[in-house]
Design a protein around this ligand. Structure first.
Ligand SMILES: Nc1ncnc2c1ncn2[C@@H]1O[C@H](COP(=O)(O)OP(=O)(O)OP(=O)(O)O)[C@@H](O)[C@H]1O
Ligand SMILES: [Mg+2]
Length: 303
């Protein structure tokens, strides 16, 4: 009897510099009458850290969900290293895209190490008989997985807490553990949804260093964050989503200096902004109504 136990322990070959890792084209996601993401194009190249910013409700997480098979985009196409992505999240992970979630999703009652081991399952193929019989092949594969998981915990700075329950970790460490779990699938692209939310400034700084180190391991990164200092320090390129549409994309300098971005964050509509026409119409109607009601008391006073 053959025991089908193979473990792919090696990370995918590092892509050649400048290769397009992610290519999203014309991605649109509608929920009934609401268009959460509208015709968004975005590429991420190997060796890059790309930021995705925008006000609350701009469609950032929805866009991530479209990239990871959680949602099937209403329109558009997503390619990873040239191949159209399958429409199932576990297949997307197996293809090489890993992610963390805006709302932490850990197995709270499992240990730190077990959480990372869960992340490795797409890279470990234990045949049924192998797993049932728990033969030498199975034990070898399991030992290799544990070793890799411990390596990742060391990288992330949580190796001393490998046996702690995930729920007992402070919030900042839970976010780090999510990153370790994502790395356990040996991705070529890592998507981080608000990795520093709830962190103190020291933890945020450490996370910045961590993302640089991940990039240096040959993993391209796409990161959503509201902390602008973090984004502008970190990213080679930043794309700004406003009301589901990509408003601006460029280097940190270009995006920081773009008055439309500032206006979008301050909630001030500007010429040609997504939804600006509708806002202008509502404001004109309100102004008109105000003038009419204002007019009446003035007449009273004139008397
Ligand atoms: N499953 C869904 N069904 C219906 N509407 C949804 C769904 N998911 C998201 N939306 C809507 O899509 C829009 C974009 O939401 P999304 O969570 O993508 O924004 P975001 O940019 O990630 O915001 P935040 O910065 O607050 O996390 C919102 O109006 C939201 O209510
Ligand atoms: Mg979000």
């Amino acid at each position: 009897m053959t025991t089908d136990t193979t473990t792919k322990d090696t990370a995918p070959a590092a892509p050649t510099p400048g290769q397009t890792v992610l290519d999203a084209r014309g991605v649109t996601m509608r929920f009934g009458g609401l268009t959460a993401v509208r015709n968004v194009d975005l590429t991420v190249n190997s060796g890059e850290i790309v930021g995705l910013i925008g006000p609350n409700g701009a469609g950032k997480t929805t866009f991530f969900n479209c990239l990871t098979g959680l949602y099937i985009p209403t329109e558009g196409e997503v390619r990873y290293k040239g191949t159209v992505l399958p429409a199932k999240s576990f297949k997307v992970t197996a293809a090489g895209i890993a992610r963390t979630f805006q709302n932490i999703r850990l197995f709270a009652n499992m240990t730190v190490l077990e959480n990372v081991l869960v992340g490795r399952h797409t890279r470990t193929k234990e045949g049924l008989w192998s797993a049932l019989l728990r033969g030498p092949g199975f034990h070898k594969a399991e030992a290799a997985s544990r070793e890799r998981a411990m390596e990742l915990l060391k990288f992330i700075g949580l190796d001393k807490k490998a046996e702690h329950l995930a729920r007992n970790l402070p919030y900042g460490e839970q976010r780090k553990l999510e990153i370790a779990r994502a790395l356990a699938s040996e991705p070529g692209l890592l998507l981080l949804d608000e990795p520093t939310a709830g962190m103190n400034p020291q933890e945020t700084r450490a996370t910045e260093e961590l993302v640089f180190a991940i990039r240096d391991m040959g993993i391209a990164v796409l990161v959503i964050e509201h902390d602008m200092r973090f984004i502008f320090n970190l990213c080679d390129r930043v794309a700004v989503l406003v009301q589901g549409e990509k408003l601006v994309e460029g280097s940190s300098e270009v995006v920081q200096g773009d008055e439309r971005v500032v206006a979008a964050y301050l909630g001030e509509p500007f010429e040609d902004a997504p939804g600006a026409k509708e806002v202008a119409e509502v404001e004109a109607a309100e102004a008109n109504a105000a003038t009419q009601t204002d007019a009446a008391p003035r007449k009273e006073n004139d008397r």
